[in-house]
Design a protein around this ligand. Structure first.
Ligand SMILES: [Fe+2]
Length: 162
């Protein structure tokens, strides 16, 4: 049976311009965004993020009609289903190590595997209006925290199971 993934609203203590960060990401200014993320992370107490054994939990920072921004807190060994994304997807590894497996859409064959280390980020730009872009599966090799940005609610992403 598939477990449901829990989501919480993140409460920020401190002054940080979340809209400015989302605008940088939406405009694909990823290097500038990464430096803003470092500023943000100085104000975030990672130890207070919701956590669930053997799974991952979403802490939602921004969720509106323009974009979605949030932190994912992963237990070691937790993994997503094979899933697609809206037009824009961005992931920044705050701590730990995530393994990302990419798939070809037509055959769902594996394209390759790569790890994301602390301070590294990945992004993809797909087809607007679709939620089957950038099909992949993420697996936490260690307890990890990652920051994600999407141009739409990620829970709409199409799910593919082998
Ligand atoms: Fe994803």
């Amino acid at each position: 049976m598939l477990k449901s993934i829990q989501s919480y609203d993140y409460q920020h203590v401190g002054d940080f311009d979340f809209k400015a960060l989302c605008d940088l990401l939406a405009n694909e200014s990823y290097d500038l965004a990464a430096s803003e993320i470092k500023t943000l992370l100085k104000q975030v107490d990672l130890n207070t993020l919701p956590f669930v054994d053997d799974s991952y939990v979403r802490s939602i920072m921004v969720n509106n009609q323009h974009y979605w921004l949030g932190l994912l807190n992963w237990d070691k060994g937790a993994k997503t289903r094979i899933h697609g994304h809206p037009e824009q997807a961005f992931v920044y590894l705050v701590k730990g190590r995530l393994s990302c497996k990419n798939f070809a859409k037509e055959t769902l064959s594996e394209l390759g595997n790569s790890d994301l280390g602390e301070g590294e980020y990945r992004y993809s730009k797909g087809v607007k209006g679709r939620v089957d872009n950038y099909i992949h599966q993420i697996n936490a090799k260690e307890k990890s925290v990652s920051l994600h940005f999407y141009s739409d609610d990620p829970t709409k992403g199409e799910v593919f199971d082998l």
